[in-house]
Design a binder for this molecule. Structure first.
Ligand code: SAM
Ligand code: SF4
Length: 348
């Protein structure tokens, strides 16, 4: 049995977990999952792209990078009323969290950021958890988001440090960790994970888990994306990730970060209901759902509210209400880590 809440996993240990016979691994992960989470509850989020396209970054997987011809053009930033309207429909569908995404390299202290802060206040006032994913963030900007009531900030490390350099050249892994550290200086919870199917090795995936597990406390939410191949990007012709590898990654993530929500995100649409159920058994307890069949842009498909309602109902599961994460004592954990002299993010 794994030791709870470790920050010092060795690669050998991670590999031993990951490479165990699949059903042993799933059984172990399901056991740990049940110790820390209600296995009948699913955390469901709705992603709203508040500023789509024309991103200056060159992330090789992304439909929104201005470097590639993907058919996703620059759109004007959404206004508050539009966001509130989409959030209201999501709430009516049982969704507890709204994630506001912007195709920005980093946040600038301008009128657009003020408008995001307004959106955060409005959706929080509706009784929903709000997450933002806006690119790099300074400590001061993280504090302003905290003051506006932000519940979570998403910033993925995507892969291992070595592999990261081959998929993104316009920023460094250290930049990414810096933003995680800035968020950790506030009471905003952290959502950070990565993508499988970029062409990385299993060792890259495990190194990514090692990096995430070194964050103190562990990110409250760990998204595992499966690459959604986008026409026009350098990764458009990548091979599909075999379903067994998806299940292994979910189960290993659950074992390494037992208290975190493990989020089965982009690419879930590729998995049939039985494969999704296997991922849920292996510890995935968080998903994105959408009223249309798209998640982020028309290039990234997502299961719909109706399909997910049917799936959860077939599995005897319900949607977790907002602010009901049993492990949300983040502020106290952070204080304890600092008091013990640990830095919050192990910057390489
Ligand atoms: N610009 C912000 C940033 O990069 O942090 C937020 C935009 S985007 C929502 C954030 C994440 O979505 C990426 O870090 C990546 O993990 C995921 N993502 C984007 N495109 C994807 C794709 N085609 N397939 C799988 N995951 C994808
Ligand atoms: Fe820009 Fe984010 Fe897409 Fe990278 S993942 S190109 S930073 S929107």
């Amino acid at each position: 049995m794994n030791d709870v809440l470790r920050h010092d996993w060795t690669l050998e240990e991670l590999q031993a977990l990951h490479d165990a016979p699949l059903l042993d691994l799933v059984f172990q992960a399901a056991t740990v999952h049940r110790q820390f989470h209600n296995p009948r509850e699913m955390q469901v989020s709705k992603l709203i792209s508040i500023k789509t396209g024309a991103c200056p970054e060159d992330c090789s997987y992304c439909a929104q990078s201005s470097r590639y011809s993907t058919g996703v053009g620059a759109e004007r930033m959404m206004d508050r009323a539009q966001v509130v309207e989409i959030a209201s429909r999501a709430k009516a569908a049982g969704v507890s969290r709204v994630c506001l995404g912007a195709a920005w390299r980093s946040v600038k202290d301008n009128d657009q950021f003020d408008r995001v802060l307004d959106m955060v206040r409005s959706v929080t006032d509706m009784g929903m958890e709000v997450c933002c994913t806006l690119g790099m963030l300074t400590e001061n900007q993280a504090k302003r988001l905290e003051d506006a009531g932000l519940y979570a900030y998403n910033h993925n490390v995507d892969s291992s440090e070595e592999f990261y350099e081959t998929i993104i050249t316009t920023r460094t892994y250290a930049d990414r960790l810096q933003t995680l550290g800035n968020v950790r200086k506030t009471n905003v919870t952290l959502c950070s994970g990565g993508i499988i199917g970029l062409g990385e090795s299993v060792i890259d995936r495990l190194k990514m888990l090692q990096t995430l597990a070194a964050v103190r406390p562990h990110p409250e939410s760990v998204p595992i994306n499966i690459l959604s191949r986008v026409e026009g990007t350098p990764l458009a012709d990548n091979a599909d990730v075999p379903v067994w590898e998806v299940i292994r990654m979910i189960a290993t993530t659950r074992l390494v970060m037992p208290k975190s929500d493990v989020r089965l995100t982009a690419g879930r649409v590729k998995l049939d209901p039985t494969a999704q159920a296997m991922c849920f058994l292996a510890g995935a307890n968080s998903i994105f759902s959408s009223e249309t069949e798209f998640m982020l842009t028309k290039a990234v498909p997502s299961p719909s509210y109706d399909a997910d309602r049917e799936l959860l109902s077939a599995l005897g599961m319900t949607m977790r209400p907002a602010f009901a994460n049993p492990h949300s004592s983040r502020a106290a954990e952070c204080a304890a880590e600092s008091a013990a002299g640990h830095s919050v993010v192990a910057v390489a």
